[in-house]
Design a protein around this ligand. Structure first.
Ligand code: IYR
Length: 251
């Protein structure tokens, strides 16, 4: 149904006695290698308590805003959590994510400066009064001490496109959904490792953070995660989660 580009017609001259389906198959090369399937190896098929244990683990996750600046988890733990995130499913297996792990204090300070500058404008001008009111129970504001206190920042970028091995533009389908799923897995892995996190989506900071981190412009800021341990007397909002009956509908 799709027309071949003009230069594509030239490339398939030699195939002109074959069917048009055959032309297209030869012109529209997939970004992934076309290889024979391999046997599926089931991961964890005999664990009747697995889901309950997993729920017990993840229900303890809370976003915290006061990090212990003196207690730093090993980088190997962060690496394993990001390995876990990298197992996420993605559109056409494009793996359209980049996880920038920042521990350098001077880069953290620069991130904080960018975010606090924009958040001040967000809170005072860009966000609707209703939005600001809705955040009051969470006691957030434009001061972002957690950015310099947290031992690690994981700045998660979605790649809007990539490059194939032979130098063509590679489409990254559903890059935002794919990267968000990977982030969900990352949050679970951090929880499993006993670490605390804060998910933030700094409004209007994308370009400045991308430039600070020297990333190309096909990579767009999705989420800034602060990661580490809570301070000793850390407090969190008294939130209640929806019960199962409110989130699950059986048919
Ligand atoms: N990005 C701002 C505001 C903010 C927005 C939402 I929605 C939150 O759940 C929390 C904060 C900030 O980080 O303060």
């Amino acid at each position: 149904s799709k027309k071949l580009p003009v230069d594509g017609k030239e490339q398939i001259q030699g195939l002109s006695n074959k069917s048009s389906t055959e032309y297209k198959k030869n012109y529209w090369k997939p970004a992934l290698a076309e290889k024979p399937f391999v046997p599926f190896v089931p991961g964890n098929d005999l664990n009747p308590n697995g889901a309950r244990h997993f729920y017990e683990l993840v229900r303890g996750r809370r976003s915290i805003r006061t990090f212990n600046a003196l207690k730093k988890p090993p980088i190997s733990t962060i690496e394993n959590c990001i390995r876990a995130a990298g197992t996420a499913p993605s559109g056409a297996h494009t793996e359209p994510w980049t996880f920038c792990v920042v521990e350098d204090p001077s880069i953290k300070s620069a991130v904080r400066e960018i975010v606090e500058h924009e958040e001040y404008i967000n809170y005072t001008k860009r966000m609707h009064a209703q939005w600001v009111a809705d955040l009051r129970p969470l006691q957030t504001n434009a001061v972002k001490k957690y950015i310099t206190d947290a031992p690690y920042l994981i700045i998660i970028l979605k790649q809007t496109h990539g490059t194939t091995d032979d130098g063509r533009k590679k489409q990254h389908y559903y890059n935002e959904i794919s990267t968000s799923i990977a982030t969900g897995i990352l949050l679970c892995a951090l929880q499993a490792a006993g670490l605390c996190s804060l998910v933030t989506t700094p409004l209007n900071c994308g370009t400045a953070l991308r430039r600070l981190l020297n990333r190309p412009d096909n990579e767009k800021l999705l989420i800034l995660l602060a990661v580490g341990y809570a301070v000793k007397n850390c407090e969190v909002p008294d939130l209640v989660r929806k019960p199962l009956d409110d989130i699950m509908i059986k048919y």
